[in-house]
Design a protein around this ligand. Structure first.
Ligand SMILES: Nc1ncnc2c1ncn2[C@@H]1O[C@H](COP(=O)(O)OP(=O)(O)OP(=O)(O)O)[C@@H](O)[C@H]1O
Length: 313
């Protein structure tokens, strides 16, 4: 495994040039990423970007068609048996034993662990106590998600894989889940999660990897991604349908809805003055001006809505 570290100093996850193919479809077209111990990494990307496929490689459920993955210094497929007790895995579909009750499922998984967490505490924390005797298939989607999270955590894992952990959860359950993930991190647990929620990534992740069409489109801390090039957003309300050609030099300008313009680019005081001068020059009637910091959502949208990169096919 040339170059990838092994043993106790190894990263929680290290992925190099991983490729996943399904027949003619390249789901992951050569992705590298590193999750150091005790940190949280969020994988972002549209449906079909390849997040779950990459996660399955790290979980040892799928052998990559190219490249290599090391998890806690081990081979996720070859060392599967040694790794499983050290990992917590929350699957997107949750599917465990549909006929068993929530309490039975959690206690079953606790029984596999050498030093499990207290199952009553987990049921309480995740608001599942009243469903302890409810069969899995009778739980709502959000309740099944919460149980799947409890199952992933009950064995005190060193590394947790969470595929869209809060999908289908109500606001309260989502906040509880965020708190739990923050507590895991404080305890030195490493977390690799996928999400479609930009606020979730911004709140939880030390590092973000934005995937697009099976490739890495951008990577960095949320702060790095949002402050790249010192960009803020200037929002201007003016007449709809203006010809923006003259405004576009060195700036990204979009009419986000009729008469609402968002401008990103070199927006120091001089830049701001230039933009407003342009609106005056074309005789536009400006009725509102607002500046704000770029959010992860702005970065995400600008990276994932461009023309396809085309490397994965
Ligand atoms: N078992 C499979 N057989 C064939 N194609 C598959 C299979 N699993 C995934 N794919 C395809 O591979 C691509 C990547 O899918 P993947 O599930 O990894 O994406 P994702 O980023 O996790 O998407 P989502 O956000 O919808 O969960 C998609 O085009 C998908 O249709």
């Amino acid at each position: 495994m040339g170059g990838l570290m092994v043993g106790g100093d190894a990263a929680a996850v290290e992925v190099r040039d991983v490729v996943v193919r399904y027949g003619d479809t390249t789901a992951v077209g050569g992705v590298s990423l590193r999750l150091p111990r005790g940190r949280v990494l969020a994988l972002l990307g549209h449906n079909g970007a390849g997040k779950t496929s990459l996660l399955q490689v790290c979980e040892g459920f799928r052998r990559p068609d190219g490249g290599q993955a090391r998890v806690l210094g081990l081979d996720p497929v070859g060392d599967h048996d040694a790794l499983m007790p050290r990992l917590g895995i929350m699957l997107q579909s949750g599917g465990v034993y549909p006929w068993a009750t929530a309490g039975e499922i959690l206690r079953l998984f606790a029984s596999f662990a050498a030093n499990p967490l207290d199952t009553d505490m987990l049921l309480d924390r995740l608001g599942l106590r009243k469903f302890e005797r409810t069969r899995f298939r009778r739980l709502s989607g959000g309740e099944q998600q919460r149980l799947s999270l409890a199952v992933a955590l009950v064995g005190r894992p060193e590394l947790v894989f969470l595929d869209e952990p809060t999908a289908g959860m109500d606001t309260e359950a989502r906040h509880t889940t965020w708190q739990l993930i923050e507590e895991l991190r404080a305890d030195g647990v490493s977390v690799l999660l996928t999400t479609h929620l930009l606020d979730e990534a911004e709140r939880l992740a030390d590092d973000v990897v934005i995937m697009r069409a099976g490739l890495v489109a951008a990577t960095g801390t949320p702060a790095e991604l949002t402050s790249a090039a010192g960009i803020d957003v200037l929002e201007v309300r003016a007449d709809p349908g203006l010809d923006l050609t003259g405004l576009r030099a060195g700036r990204t300008v979009t009419e986000t809805s009729a008469g609402e313009y968002a401008i990103t680019g070199s927006l120091d005081t001089a830049g701001l003055a230039e933009v407003l001068a342009w609106f005056a020059r074309v005789g536009a009637d400006v009725t509102a001006v607002n500046t704000r910091r770029r959010t992860l959502e702005d970065v995400y949208l600008s990276l994932t809505t461009q023309t396809p990169v085309g490397a994965a096919q």
